[in-house]
Design a protein around this ligand. Structure first.
Ligand code: AMP
Ligand code: TRP
Length: 335
């Protein structure tokens, strides 16, 4: 038994590869949290279904996402890394939470409003509307204390807290009320071709995104072709020198050196040096992760076995919570 506080976070299996931004912030921080928390990391494939998906690609992305997390340091023995659809309790509790969520309350979720606006209001699915309650179920099933998320997910965690408190006061203490844990903003990485925008899975230009699973030669070329500017000075200035600043941030995130130390080291050197050395550093950092990922993916049966074992571990806790919630709301339990 462990007495560490419980932590839960989720990631959507929404791309063929994770990118350098995911690695530099989320993955690095999750790796550090594993030792202090009893951590649950969930690949939220049911959430991915709320926008149109290619079935084969979703299955493949789910395995790839898991493999990359393991390759980058999430230890599936120390932490519970599992696939959401492997644990039946998630949609079960989500349904119960749907029944205590107000229509108006769910309508105020800004992510729903943004995504629905993008799809055209009438083509957004009921699933997209119910997304936050499924996320609340993810968290509440495990009596979670800490939920590390980016800024955009804070509102969903607030809703989760409201639902936990509402359920507890209506039916009796059932759920731990979780705390949001904001990820450090330090390591925000921008698109190499468009350094005003975040590096993102949905970037328009592939040349601006460093994918963990890219061939190392492709990665090096992308870094060497990064947009900079017309003067020659290597210094950090997000507003005036976004391209150069981004390269310094990436270097700092991967080398652990401070920005001012890097500015000193590069005083008098050219952009060619900055890019060449960064290309080496990125390739050095990502290549072992890429190789390990490919190794894991070469044996999908073993990977599936690890994920299934972790899902069983998760189910033990999640099933007990669902049973308790079912009983509290008055469902007749199957003996
Ligand atoms: P996403 O790729 O949007 O699903 O995000 C997964 C995680 O990676 C989130 O915790 C984000 O905060 C983080 N992340 C995504 N893009 C970036 C980026 N460009 N720089 C730093 N972190 C990022
Ligand atoms: N909605 C989160 C995102 O897009 C992913 C997610 C699903 C999640 N369930 C969660 C995050 C539970 C934290 C806790 O990033």
């Amino acid at each position: 038994m462990t007495s560490k506080p419980r932590l839960f976070s989720g990631m959507q299996p929404s791309a063929r590869s994770l990118h350098l931004g995911n690695f530099a912030s989320a993955l690095t921080q999750w790796n550090q949290m594993q030792s202090e928390y009893d951590a649950y990391f969930c690949i939220v494939d049911l959430h991915a279904l709320t926008v149109p998906q290619d079935p084969e690609q979703l299955r493949e992305s789910t395995r790839r996402t898991a493999a990359q997390y393991i390759a980058a340091g999430i230890d599936p023995k120390a932490s519970t890394l599992f696939v959401q659809s492997h644990v039946d309790a998630h949609p079960k509790l989500a349904w119960i939470l749907n029944t205590i969520t107000g229509f108006g309350e769910a309508s105020r979720m800004t992510q729903f409003k943004d995504k629905a606006a993008k799809q055209g209001k009438d083509s957004a699915s009921v699933g997209l509307f119910a997304y936050p309650m499924l996320m609340a179920a993810d968290i509440l099933l495990y009596q979670t204390r800490a939920v590390p998320v980016g800024d955009d997910q804070k509102q969903h965690v607030e809703l989760t807290r409201d639902l936990a408190e509402r359920f507890n006061s209506r039916f009796g203490r059932t759920f731990e009320v979780p705390e949001v844990m904001t990820l450090k903003e330090g390591a925000r990485i921008y698109d190499l071709q468009d350094p005003a925008s975040k590096m993102s899975k949905s970037s328009t230009s592939d040349a601006g995104v460093v994918w963990i699973l890219d061939d190392p030669a492709v990665t090096a070329k992308k870094i060497r072709s990064a947009v900079t500017d017309n003067d020659r000075e290597i210094r950090f200035d997000r507003a005036k020198k976004p391209g150069v600043s981004n390269l310094l941030s990436i270097n700092s995130a991967l080398s652990g050196k401070g920005i001012s130390q890097l500015e000193e080291e590069y005083a008098g050197k050219g952009y060619g040096d900055l890019k060449g050395e960064l290309a080496e550093l990125v390739v050095e950092t990502l290549t072992p992760i890429r190789n390990r990922t490919l190794e894991l993916l070469a044996d999908p049966a073993e990977l599936d076995r690890v994920l299934a074992g972790n899902a069983d571990r998760a189910s033990e806790i999640a099933d007990a919570t669902v049973r308790d919630a079912y009983e509290k709301v008055g469902l007749l339990l199957k003996p």
